[in-house]
Design a binder for this molecule. Sequence first.
Ligand code: OXD
Ligand code: MN
Length: 583
Amino acid sequence: MTSSLSTLREWVDEVASHTRPNDIHWCSGSDDEYTQLIEQMTADGTLSPLNQDTYPNCYLHLSDPTDVARVEHLTYVCTDSQEDAGPNNNWMSPSEAHAKVDALFKGAMRGRTMYVIPYCMGPIDSPYSRCGVEITDSAYVAINMKLMTRMGSAALERIERDGVFVRGLHSTGDLDPERRFIMHFPAELSIKSIGSGYGGNALLGKKCHALRIASHQARAEGWLAEHMMIVGLENPDGEIHYIACAFPSACGKTNLAMLIPPHSLSGWKVHTLGDDIAWLHLDEEGQLRAINPESGYFGVVPGTNRKTNENAFNMICSDTIFTNVARTANNEPWWEDKRVGEPAFDWQNRAYDGSNGKAAHPNSRFTVAARNNPTYSALADAPEGVPISAIVFGGRRKRVAPLVYEAKDWRHGVLVGASVGSETTAAAIGEVGVIRRDPMAMKPFCGYNFADYWQHWLSFEQRTDKLPRIFHVNWFRQDDDGHFLWPGFGENLRVLRWIIDRCENRIGAKETPVGYLPEDGDIDVSELDISPEVMRQLTAIDIERWKTENEHFADYLDTFGDRVPDALRAEQRRLAAALEAAQ
Ligand code: OXD
Ligand code: MN
């Protein structure tokens, strides 16, 4: 037995003697194993089959009602020094964190099966991929990991070759929020998560490994682990550009990743690589290339319909695990804004009469293999990944941010990314229109101090002259009456086309203090009911609002103290001076 496999066995034995499971199941990742787990979970009530005529191989899982989302306040980055975790993370010393959770793990798997899940984040044969092993007492986690990652024997073989793997230990514990913790130990490449079965807390390959631990590894090894979707856009001449887009959670990455071109751009084709995470590496020629470490989607269900995302709507009609959606009388899954069917039972399996609020939980999810996506790109499995032409940041902003603008250069682009923010809605946090700063859409996911992270981004400038251009988009501009100015969804391709034309130097732009904006008429709006005046509004900047925005951003940088890179501060001051001069 090679040393990495014996290390793994020793760790499994150690965990088993501490957590005391009834038995241990090493996951092979085979389809038979998946089917058996589904049968077992259907028999014990963890899953219920949905209507198998209309939703073949679709199942419903209803979680504990207190366990329905990521828990940022219980998520910790445990570094020796608190400064290394930064003000962007909750911190606990590694020794205290281990002691706290080890006490909770003691005997936690009694009466349960312990699943050992070897997985590979990224194509099995890619030099950019990294492996991990998750030990869990949740069969729900095991089947979700099968859909979301390359899991099982092939990953185990790669672990044997690599000699290293991220260790993730998970137990649902007793689901008591008082005893729920998601701990990350970047220096040890390990994760301990207890007390939650929810995806982002429990499927450790996703946010915990592929973002928090990987961002730490990426910094040490010279690459980037980002909260970005990856999509290839092919024009009617067969030219394909790949772009990577970082938007905060619930700002439409999944919809954009699988968009359907509008009628006037019907010769275009969309190739989806990923909807949530991108790992970006410079290749030997200095070209930035991306892989999607995941192989499935864990997407928000409500709002998915034939208009917003027909591809997703069709994709989740088979081979899908639904979590916390409602059901119709004929046992089909139902969610708010599905636009077909009526709910008969809500996400807590209560008869639904409209008096219990929403029928589906607003954060109800689908888990489905990426191959189910009709626009799945074959290059999602390419070991060398895809070359990235543009990085696109975005957020939900009623005013300030125009529909699209281009950063002046990489350094300015880092400022654009670092200043990403999204407006909260009354439903979500209470105060309407409050900006939550979410640099590079990584606020909940960066495994180290943001100031060091920005420095890492800036360092790419010295390493190549072939960096992609950086853009910012905002699909959410509103008029004074609160109506959206831009139709969004498939129509966003019109904006992405402008971005591609900029990358190819095929189109000019107007220079403003905040970056390059489209000239009047340069975004094709044929067949759209949108006036030139509205387009002018969408592609104009309000200097006063931008000044305030930039001042707020300077205050935000101050919260990171002296660690903020000088180049980023200088960039912020350059923007302030340019806005002043524009008066
Ligand atoms: C998220 C997600 O919360 O992808 O960002 O689930
Ligand atoms: Mn996400």
